[in-house]
Design a protein around this ligand. Structure first.
Ligand SMILES: Nc1ncnc2c1ncn2[C@@H]1O[C@H](COP(=O)(O)OP(=O)(O)OP(=O)(O)O)[C@@H](O)[C@H]1O
Length: 257
């Protein structure tokens, strides 16, 4: 059974059809990337998958369950995790506190049988394990406001993983990161997909083509191609759509997966 099925999503704003019959699946163990030129409809697609925006037509299913009419909150409870294009971390709190808060929100009820001190220790241990997993162990006590862009992205991933998602939606997880921060994040995302399937939207073609098992290309709200990175890299319609905008498309590396 597919982890996520997006079937025929259509969204119009006035006379503009922003997503037009968009269908995508995400399977267990894979990273499926969605790319497209500016204004292609990627953000609107993400919003429909998360429940921020109601589609005019089509459906969204999580592990076989139709969630099209479920709220954002209910989808999250069912295992749709996400990171945001605009960061939503608690800036005044430490790295550890941010992850512990996310864990508590998810597991609150399962910790109620512990005594308070034990609860805190169990939470902090679990939070620290996640922080170590994303490579921020040495920054656990640092306030979020003092983190670099790359560290922010790692922490966002840890917070998303703390919700124990069954599918992870990553909307521009590399946005704003410096060149030296990109490679560790690519490694991290490659590791993360072993425990949770990922739908990845990003403008970084090197990251997309080195991480994704499949790539879907959106142009003017329509899917013009879905395939392996190698197929997409040589697809004439894709190359034409990107001509002059993303010259590096033809020079991206083969998927390392
Ligand atoms: N709420 C809205 N009302 C009207 N038009 C909208 C609305 N949201 C998006 N659009 C339009 O839909 C089109 C697609 O926008 P969207 O942000 O989904 O594209 P995108 O692929 O995410 O672009 P980018 O890569 O630049 O972030 C754009 O022309 C945008 O102006």
């Amino acid at each position: 059974m597919s982890a996520l099925v997006v079937d025929g999503l259509k969204k119009r704003y006035g006379g503009l059809t922003v997503t037009d019959d968009v269908s995508i699946t995400v399977e267990e163990g894979e990273i499926h990337a969605v790319i497209g030129p500016n204004g292609a409809g990627k953000t609107t697609l993400v919003k429909q998958i998360c429940g921020d925006v109601a589609p005019d037509e089509g459906s969204v299913s999580l592990y076989g369950r139709d969630v099209t009419h479920y709220s954002v909150h209910r989808r999250a409870q069912m295992g749709l995790g996400r990171t945001f294009q605009i960061t939503c971390l608690l800036e005044g709190f430490t790295v550890l506190e941010n992850v512990a808060t996310a864990l508590q929100a998810k597991r609150g009820s399962s910790f109620r049988f512990f005594r308070p001190v034990a609860t805190e220790r169990a939470l902090n241990d679990a939070a620290f394990a996640l922080i170590a997993r994303v490579g921020l162990a040495e920054r656990a006590g640092e306030r979020v406001a003092n983190l670099s862009h790359g560290e922010h992205r790692k922490l966002e991933l840890a917070v998303a993983l703390a919700t124990e998602p069954k599918v992870l939606l990553l909307d521009e997880p590399l946005a704003g990161t410096g060149p030296e921060e990109v490679e560790p994040l690519i490694v991290l995302l490659g590791e993360a997909r072993k425990s949770v399937p990922i739908l990845l939207i990003d403008h970084d073609m090197h990251a997309v083509f080195s991480l994704a098992h499949r790539v879907t290309v959106l142009v003017n709200g329509r899917v013009i191609a879905t395939g392996s990175p190698a197929e997409i890299r040589t697809n004439p319609a894709v190359l034409e759509a990107y001509l002059g905008e993303e010259g590096e498309l033809a020079h991206t590396e083969a998927a390392g997966a």
